[in-house]
Design a protein around this ligand. Structure first.
Ligand code: ATP
Length: 358
């Protein structure tokens, strides 16, 4: 049988992004060698990011989206460096891709690994596992607004940052969350809202949720204010399965989730265009971590787990399971990076995961 080829665009970008993407690629090389499926990962690496901005004045090539359009997936590192204002680096690359390719569903599993100590005492004796589903195309990150009146002098400037909620945008992410819940043992969707204070966008969000849930009578539901949900992550995490939230709320909650699981360094994510009209993008949740960049201690687990999400997107579930099992075996054996309280450098941890795949 002919080998199935998957064309992947790698964009390591900034800081530890380059280190963890290299680690993820090594793991995928090992998957290629050891898979029972005849497969081939065909990589193209793009040099975009803050260094590219310094050289060219843009974060990615002007025709960057056209260059990426025909890939099967994008494997992304992290963006952000002190030489470029954060809003420029973020909007110029990562958000440009997410929005340009309508990657409207951002899936962020909160995974508790064996051998990793959680700051939650409950995690010692309770099985915890939930997924944050983030609306990734509108909401608070719609990029609508402006600054004005600065010319009137110091202290006069005003800024509007407008959140955009559309019925279509709310409905599609909620249906995505319900479909995901149906695949899980605990069939429940928790909707995160703030409709007590945000009486337009968030009330529309709630109304759509109430309408959509009627189509999924087999799935339990709840609607929780974002502040209460933050407390729930800490106090009743065993009640969570799929948590669906707007762009900003989910961004904050998923970082809280990964910190509760042990570290931002283990959190994976998928930016999906579920209709598959465009390539989807897979990346660790963490940023470029300039404080440790270049020192060889970055935790590659978030990036490697994101590679597993990419394989699931390709339909290679057995190989994705092998990666997840390898990560579990390595942390359980106590091979841990610095952010998880251990001493294993990036390379050692990556090699240990690769050894488990062989
Ligand atoms: P950004 O690039 O998003 O502007 P950042 O890199 O400063 O932000 P985060 O990614 O949120 O921020 O990380 C905060 C800190 O957590 C980092 O500075 C680093 O010390 C630690 N950290 C994050 N990711 C990892 C990782 N993969 N391995 C080890 N430490 C990490």
């Amino acid at each position: 049988m002919a080998k199935q080829t998957y064309r992947i665009a790698a964009i390591p970008a900034d800081g530890i992004g380059t280190e963890v993407v290299a680690a993820g690629r090594r793991v995928l090389d090992a998957v290629e060698r050891t898979s029972v499926t005849e497969l081939n990962f065909d990589w193209t690496e793009f040099p975009w990011g803050s260094q590219y901005y310094t050289e060219t004045g843009t974060m990615m090539a002007d025709d960057g989206l056209d260059q990426l359009r025909d890939f099967d997936a994008i494997y992304f590192g992290a963006v952000g460096w002190h030489t470029v204002p954060d809003h420029i680096s973020l909007w110029g690359l990562r958000l440009a891709i997410c929005q340009g390719f309508d990657q409207w569903a951002n899936v962020r599993p909160v995974t508790f690994l064996p051998g990793v100590q959680s700051p939650l005492r409950k995690a010692d004796h309770t099985e915890l596992d939930w997924v944050v589903v983030r609306e990734n195309s509108e909401g608070e990150y719609a990029g609508i607004g402006g600054r004005n009146l600065g010319a009137r002098g110091r202290g006069s400037e005003v800024a509007l940052q407008t959140a955009l909620f559309t019925e279509v945008g709310c409905e599609r992410i909620m249906r995505f969350a319900f479909e995901l819940a149906r695949t899980r043992t605990h069939k429940k969707v928790s909707s995160v809202t703030k409709s007590n204070a945000q009486q337009y966008g968030m009330v529309l969000w709630d109304d759509v949720f109430k309408r959509v849930l009627l189509d999924y009578p087999d799935v339990d539901t709840e609607s929780v204010l974002v502040d209460a949900m933050a407390a729930k992550f800490v106090l009743q995490p065993e009640e969570l399965s799929v948590v669906v939230a707007s762009n900003l709320n989910a961004d904050i909650l998923s970082d809280l989730g990964s910190a509760l699981a042990g570290s931002l360094g283990i959190a994976s994510s998928a930016n999906l265009n579920p209709e598959r009209r465009y390539p989807s993008m897979f990346e660790p949740v963490h940023g470029s971590a300039p404080d440790i960049a270049g020192t060889g201690v970055a935790n590659p687990i978030g990036a490697i787990a994101s590679a597993a999400l990419m394989l699931r997107h390709f339909g290679l579930d057995d190989d994705a399971d092998r990666i997840d099992a390898a990560i579990n075996a390595v942390t359980e054996a106590g091979v841990l990076p610095r952010d998880l309280g251990g001493f294993a450098p990036t390379d050692t941890l990556t090699e240990a995961i690769i050894a488990q795949l062989s």
